[in-house]
Ligand binder design. Structure first.
Ligand SMILES: [Cu+2]
Length: 207
């Protein structure tokens, strides 16, 4: 028995040693033009080859609670679905006029709506017809590698296979039509950290 076990572990070690794909994490640190850490920026890494990788598998949701959308900022891979459960006692009427996805969920309560499929990359701004102050932003991206920054301005993109990537940083304060800041980076066997400055001052206050 002992011999068999050793043979298996030797095979596993061999498989790891021979693995042709190296991977590493990409850490993105985002600040504004006053040097302050930026919360809820979206960092995503597109393979420089332009190759689109895989199909999204994760189910996403943006709930309505306390007459707010939560989360306020989402990032999903192109082709993802998002459901919009209403956990308030009032009804909401959720819509978007953004070119990346036009949709409308007429006055409803509870979960009784079909998920919406986001099949085109771009920024989708979501509102409620009844409550003007409600807003959510969805950044739809052509890559499975993305993350949002935390309060310290840091986003971690896990396990990028070795290669070259265009790292893009989106924030809801970027005016529509303005070029999204990007950097070309190389992933090898070690983690990579990049610092990105956004060309405006952000408001710490979240709605
Ligand atoms: Cu509403």
């Amino acid at each position: 028995m002992k011999t068999a076990f050793s043979a298996i572990s030797a095979t596993l070690m061999f498989a790891f040693a021979m693995s042709p794909v190296q991977a590493a994490n990409l850490i993105v640190q985002v600040s504004d033009n006053a040097g302050a850490a930026v919360l809820d920026a979206v960092a995503y890494a597109e393979p420089a080859s332009g190759q689109v990788i895989g199909k999204p598998t994760r189910a996403n949701q943006i709930e309505q609670r306390g007459r707010k959308f939560a989360p306020q900022v989402s990032v999903v891979q192109t082709g993802s679905s998002i459901s919009f459960p209403n956990n308030d006692t009032v009804r909401h009427h959720v819509y978007s006029f953004s070119p990346a996805k036009v949709f409308e969920l007429k006055l409803y309560s509870g979960t009784g709506t079909e998920p919406i499929i986001f099949d085109k990359a771009g920024t989708v701004v979501v509102g409620c017809n009844i409550h003007d102050q409600m807003a959510a932003w969805i950044q739809v991206v052509d890559t499975p590698w993305f993350a949002k920054t935390d309060a310290s301005g840091k986003a971690v993109l896990d396990n990028l296979p070795a290669g070259k990537y265009r790292v893009k940083i989106w924030h809801r304060a970027l005016a529509a039509g303005v070029a999204i800041p990007e950097q070309l980076i190389s992933i090898g066997g070690a983690d990579v950290t990049v610092a990105v400055g956004l060309p405006f001052k952000t408001d710490k206050k979240q709605d």
